[in-house]
Design a protein around this ligand. Structure first.
Ligand SMILES: [Zn+2]
Length: 452
């Protein structure tokens, strides 16, 4: 199973995959889904009961009511428009006062009409994002949202605004089979409706750690990754503010994989023990990219990355720590007919392949271009497109042609940029602490803490 694509700025590609590690992860995913299914069944049962009760939403059209209420309900709505000021970082990483900030994670981005259901056993508050004192109580365990041509309908009744914040009266909300902390911000935006989870940054880091870490890693390695995840998240918050993006991060491999709450105490402890700590470069949070295994590549020699913008990604020393990990090297075999079919997605007129060879590498040894010999002569394809094929796990490989097959032999797993997860894990096992490990993969960074 192919996994993880993780994106980038600086134009490009970049993606994370996990190979032999996929089976376990898949099992974990299955287990998580099973729990979600159970939650769904319980919730559906509640829905049936609650549908017999009257919701206090009035028919046809609903306006937010002005109420005096607990202001803690509105933290999320306050912060929807807030940009993080730069002066909240402190070089004193032992500072005890940390600051709660919220990150906005895009869960769905659907063309009109969008049709969703949200579950909460305790019922909901609907909050007006523009006025913290306006809210509506929904005493039902399920809400149906229909967002169509700029209007939002909740349980078939239209809201007077094209945006709303939904929060469980107690506990978490369930959306699309997954359980989320914080609140959901729903807004009609152009032709689309966005559903955004507003969640405390530390809770977000713990959730992402569950998706991106590997069971059995030393706790020091979980701390390494927690700091990288937090730094990346905060960097995206700033980037979103600069580009006026409504959400900060996507919930998938385009940014960091986020699948809602979990109960793994070890991972929560790793987040707590590194609470608020991020890596910065010239007082700005770094875009802390990471992949599964770098394959020993010296990233400073790579082409296609703007190291002027991100000098902390230009590592000049080869990572040797990942050499012994299972995913360091890989082999991918294709029948010529099979590979022809796959490449036709990019080159529709391609006739049956005769042979392939690497025609261009960058100074780091990463494939930039592959030449294909077919019945019609030669044609080229980019390394990035080749990386998108099944079984091609990195940008570092050689190609062997046999009479019937084409065999790729490669190193590394992912995009080769930033932190090498399995290399970092080995460094930690060899006794290196989380700060020195991160300094190795992100040269020149300073550790800071988000404080009050
Ligand atoms: Zn490595």
């Amino acid at each position: 199973m192919q996994y993880h694509y993780k994106f980038i700025i600086f134009h490009v590609f970049c993606f994370i995959y996990f190979g032999d590690v996929d089976a376990k992860r898949h099992q974990r995913q299955q287990s998580r889904n099973s729990k979600s299914e159970l939650a769904k069944v319980v919730a559906n049962d509640k829905i049936r009961k609650s549908e017999q009760n009257k919701s206090n939403i009035q028919p046809d059209q609903v306006t937010f009511h002005q109420t005096n209420t607990d202001s803690s309900l509105y933290i999320e709505t306050h912060q929807l428009k807030k940009v993080i000021p730069q002066d909240i970082y402190s070089t004193d990483v032992t500072a005890t006062k940390s600051r709660s900030i919220q990150i906005r994670v895009l869960l769905a981005d659907t063309p009109s009409p969008a049709h969703w259901s949200i579950l909460s056993e305790s019922g909901f508050w609907l909050l007006d994002p523009r006025n913290q004192k306006r809210r509506i109580s929904v005493d039902a365990a399920s809400m149906t949202l229909l967002c169509h041509t700029g209007s939002i309908f909740i349980n078939n009744r239209r809201l007077t605004r094209n945006e709303v914040v939904v929060k469980a009266k107690e506990g978490n909300v369930i959306f699309d089979g997954r359980t989320y902390q914080g609140s959901l911000y729903i807004v009609s935006h152009g032709e689309k409706t966005l559903l955004i989870n507003c969640i405390d940054l530390e809770d977000y880091v713990a959730c992402v750690l569950y998706s991106e870490a590997w069971p059995g890693w030393p706790q020091e390695m979980n701390k390494v990754l927690a700091i990288a995840i937090r730094s990346y998240g905060v960097a995206m918050m700033r980037q979103a503010a600069d580009s006026k993006r409504i959400y900060h991060v996507k919930n998938n491999v385009a940014h960091q994989v986020y699948a809602g709450v979990h109960g793994n105490k070890l991972l929560h402890d790793a987040v707590l023990q590194t609470g608020g700590i991020i890596m910065t470069y010239k007082n700005k949070p770094i875009i802390a990219m990471y992949d599964a295994c770098c394959g020993g590549i010296v990233t400073a020699r790579m082409k296609g990355i703007n190291f002027t913008q991100a000098p902390y990604l230009a590592r000049k020393t080869s990572c040797t720590s990942c050499k012994t990990c299972k995913i360091f090297s890989w082999t991918a075999e294709f029948d010529k007919g099979e590979l022809t079919t796959l490449l036709k997605r990019h080159i529709p007129k391609l006739s049956r392949i005769k042979s392939l060879y690497v025609s261009k590498k960058d100074p780091a040894g990463l494939v930039q271009q592959v030449s294909i010999k077919s019945g019609q002569g030669f044609v080229s394809i980019s390394g990035k497109k080749m990386y998108g094929l099944p079984k091609i796990k990195s940008f570092c490989y050689t190609i062997e042609n046999t009479p019937s097959k084409i065999i790729f032999k490669g190193r590394g797993y992912g995009h080769h940029v930033g932190l090498c997860q399995w290399g970092a894990c080995q460094m930690v096992r060899d006794g290196t602490d989380y700060k020195r490990t991160l300094h190795f993969y992100y040269p020149g960074v300073t550790f800071m803490k988000i404080v009050r």
